[in-house]
Design a protein around this ligand. Sequence first.
Ligand code: PLP
Length: 426
Amino acid sequence: MTPSGSAGPSPPHRPDEVGPEVERRGDDTAVSSTPPGGPSTLAVHGGESRDKPGHSLTDPIFATSTYTFTDTASIVRFIEEKQPREEYGRYGNPGERVVEAKLAALEGAETGLLFASGMAAFVGVLMAHVNAGDEVICFDECYHRSREFCRRHLTRFGVGFREVPSGNYAAMEAAITPRTKFLVSESPTNPHLSVVDIPRFADIGRRHGVLTLIDATLGTPFNVRPLEGGIDFVLHSATKYLGGHNDLLAGAVLGRGEVIEPVRQLRGIMGGINSPHNAYLLERGLKTFALRMERHNANGLGVARFLEAHPRVERVLYPGLESHPYHAEARRSMRGFGGLVTFLLRDADWRRTAAVVDRMRVARIGPSLGGVETLIEQPMVMSYWNYSPADRAGFRIADNMIRIACGIEETADLIDDLEQALAGAS
Ligand code: PLP
């Protein structure tokens, strides 16, 4: 019986398979050699082998769901000697391992795991580490579906869940009990762009023996490095900046081998792994990650400064602006401030606000962020339409709020687009 065989329960991966992803490629492909270098070099070369099948420069897509053994003796060797090789597609595929190693290189992580979506990664981490009776505490600006998973679903399994106001470290620490297992936050948050003091957050977790997780989807490893600040898990919706082309869904979680390994074991059972074709798209998108981030950062700052000076704009939320409450923290801990800008229109109800969104010609209307195409949306409509006004007020989602996720178009073109939309809808 192979580890994936149907003859009985067995671990989806040998328990000792913790360590650099790069050493766990299929037995017919050479191990990778991540060169030292900056984010662009790591994005292009990180995690890849210099010696690919067929002398190819780029990684092939291994379009297979299973892997074969030459004979029974090789199966026994695989099991007994724990040989690094592929076995069955739910446990891993070579392309996905390359991306995991590339992300680990970019993040400065010991290891990482790819999932079919950001939510699959979040659910995987929590389900792998919490038990009935444990408690999870979350800053209340964390991605609303992550909080919904904890509030509606983890609690069904006897796991407690508490939300405390984002940025209130005293409240978070006060909420910790002997049952607390996880502290969770997003940074920067969406759509308010609040920035977590990572070392402080990590320190609270360490002092209380509680695991810490930062969803750094908006931050990206180009702009923030939560693991260096002592966080246990950094999580990404790779659907956003990492994939970068609005053409795929993926998620990733990175950290130390010892905390990632239980997640790997569970992923092999849950099955939320990235397919070989999707992993290839992600690897291809990642090649230009650092280059794209430079433009996202420049566009975000340019658009935020333009909006802040516009008479029809009441307020702009962007951590790169001096007016943002978390500007000092952002300056201290971020290399750039990303492409997401939130702004509130002066004297506008939701319909007048929608009229501005509807007049955009370059930006497309839609959820998501981090891709090459600029996307714009009104959070009250796009994500919070079914909530009561009181609930929306509690989430600080205003009717006159617009979120623009700057892509990589020219800054001047995005500004012109906003200018005409603001002028025409007045
Ligand atoms: N985390 C953040 C900050 C997000 O914005 C999202 C999606 O919008 C997710 C996680 C979930 O990612 P996915 O849509 O890839 O499941």
